[in-house]
Design a protein around this ligand. Structure first.
Ligand code: THU
Length: 169
């Protein structure tokens, strides 16, 4: 537990206060991860699209970070649920992920991540799991690589090029 001095009082704050932990270090199953994404969906701020999305991201050490979509009056500034969850995890020092569950209100379809979110996931590797769910808890399992084949990733930036841009360019 971290301690923070505040106006002379010692205030105890939970380690990783913004992290939505299940039992620390314990295995998190797919059903629980989907439930967490459905919970996160309830926080969606989507006055424009009225399309709620939630995501729950499972890290290698079994921490769970959740996210919802957050829209904006300047429409193009809206953030997807998946990117929100990933950014929360990365900003708390987590870069290795096992899985992400995605939830929406679509009755008959498994929610499918947008292209931008697929690329955002791919930044952290092609071989982890994405659960596309329906509100009844049913789901389809895919990998990031299946969702974004022949992808461009961080490794590509250091591949051999025909032209190296000089420093003064
Ligand atoms: N949205 C997500 O949050 N994730 C997806 O994978 C698909 C789309 C959000 C963005 C926007 O707020 C709303 O859903 C409608 O596109």
């Amino acid at each position: 537990m971290d301690c923070v001095k505040f106006s002379g009082d010692v205030m105890h704050i939970k380690e990783h206060g913004s992290r939505h932990l299940s039992q620390e270090g314990a295995e998190v199953g797919v059903k629980e991860l989907i439930q967490r994404s459905q919970e996160a969906k309830k926080q969606a701020y989507c006055p424009y699209s009225k399309f709620r999305v939630g995501a729950a991201l499972l890290t290698l050490d079994n921490s769970v970070f959740t996210g919802c979509n957050v829209e904006n009056a300047c429409y193009n500034l809206g953030v997807c649920a998946e990117r929100n969850a990933i950014s929360k995890a990365v900003s708390e020092g987590y870069r290795s992920f096992k899985a992400i569950a995605i939830a929406s209100d679509l009755n008959d379809q498994f929610i499918s991540p947008c292209g931008g979110c697929r690329q955002f996931m791919r930044e952290f590797g092609p071989n982890w799991t994405v659960y596309l769910s329906k509100p009844d808890g049913s789901y389809v399992t895919m990998t990031v690589n299946e969702l974004l084949p022949a992808s461009f990733g961080p490794e590509d930036l250091s591949m051999k090029k025909v032209f190296d841009i000089p420093n003064e360019y």
